[in-house]
Every structure is written in structure tokens, then in C-alpha cells.
Design a protein around this ligand. Structure first.
Ligand SMILES: *[C@@H]1O[C@H](CO)[C@@H](O)[C@H](O)[C@H]1NC(C)=O
Ligand SMILES: *[C@@H]1O[C@H](CO)[C@@H](O)[C@H](O)[C@H]1NC(C)=O
Length: 157
């Protein structure tokens, strides 16, 4: 009985994973662009973090397109970034320690039609010597660094 139940649950999980993978492929204009070959559902994490730290989609758009938030004084959207980073394993629970290899996996993809082959180099650079003590600001500045570098390297050539 337990075995049968276990098999059913396993099948359901496998199906759910396959489903979310195909959903991700179908989306072309969200941050899931940059999310390949990872086992966490980044969109679900973003949804969850948006419950606690409400963020307007225009903030994320601006970050992606210009490299920074429109308003950098508001702490809540920065804490959204920290929440997402923590839940996908980019930053430690205390918000201090970055995992650049993990960030490279999460942000892998292409920009301006070019695959970002140096993504690990960029995440490593952005994780180095971070001075911010506020955990939310720290995560935000990491992402600002990464987005600015992506734009500099891929949009301007
Ligand atoms: C990020 O910006 C690039 C370049 O402007 C654009 O092609 C891409 O669709 C944007 N991605 C998101 C998630 O807004
Ligand atoms: C966050 O939630 C609000 C309210 O439901 C919604 O309008 C907004 O689009 C969400 N932000 C993101 C980035 O999904």
C-alpha cells in the first residue's frame, strides 16, 4: 500500500516538474528567459516573495533594461530581491554570503541574441568585495552590478 502510494506521488511530482518546464519554455518575455536548467521554480519563488515584499513589475523591467530601479530609496523592492535570492540559493540566509556559481546557473541565458558565455565571470565579479551591510541593499546591489555589466557587455556592442 505504502509502495503504491509512493509510486503515485512520485509520478505526480515528475509530471509537475515536466509541466512547469514546458510552461517555462512557453514564456519568452519574463525573467524565466534567464532561467534554464534549474530545479527550483523561480516564478513560484517570485510569486511568494511578492506576497511579503510587494514589487511593481516596472521595477524589474527597469532593472533589466537600465540596470537599476527607478527609485532606489524604497526598501521593499530591494527586500523582494533578497527574498528571491535567498530562496533560489544565490545568497545565504543572513543575506551576506553570495554563491556566484549558483547565480550563474540562475541567470544563464542570452542577451541581445548573444549567449552570455561569461556569466560566471560576471557573477563572480559582482560577488566580490560587496560593502553593503543591509542584506536587502546587498542583494539589490549585487543584481544591479550584474544587470549593469550585462548591459555594458551585451547591449552596447
Ligand atoms: C530585458 O531587456 C532585454 C533588452 O532590452 C529584453 O530583450 C528582454 O526581453 C528583457 N527581459 C525582461 C525579463 O524584461
Ligand atoms: C506583485 O503583486 C501585485 C498584486 O497582486 C501585482 O500587481 C504585481 O504584478 C506583482 N509583481 C510581480 C513582479 O509579479
Amino acid at each position: 500500500m505504502t509502495k503504491v502510494l509512493f509510486a503515485i506521488v512520485l509520478t505526480m511530482i515528475t509530471f509537475a516538474v515536466a509541466l512547469s518546464a514546458s510552461t517555462k519554455e512557453a514564456q519568452t518575455t519574463t525573467m524565466s528567459d534567464q532561467v534554464n536548467s534549474i530545479e527550483v521554480d523561480v516564478l513560484a519563488v517570485m510569486d511568494m516573495c511578492n506576497d511579503s515584499y510587494r514589487i511593481d513589475p516596472t521595477y524589474l523591467q527597469a532593472l533589466n533594461e537600465s540596470g537599476s530601479f527607478i527609485d532606489e530609496t524604497d526598501k521593499t523592492p530591494k527586500c523582494f530581491i533578497r527574498c528571491v535570492f535567498e530562496n533560489v540559493g544565490i545568497v545565504s540566509e543572513d543575506g551576506k554570503q553570495f554563491n556566484p556559481a549558483r547565480a550563474a546557473v540562475i541567470f544563464a541565458g542570452e542577451r541581445n541574441g548573444k549567449p552570455m558565455e561569461d556569466i560566471a565571470d560576471m557573477t563572480a565579479l559582482c560577488a566580490t568585495d560587496r560593502q553593503e551591510t543591509c542584506p536587502c541593499d546587498r542583494s539589490y546591489k549585487f543584481l544591479r552590478c550584474l544587470m549593469s555589466m550585462e548591459i555594458e557587455r551585451y547591449e552596447k556592442s
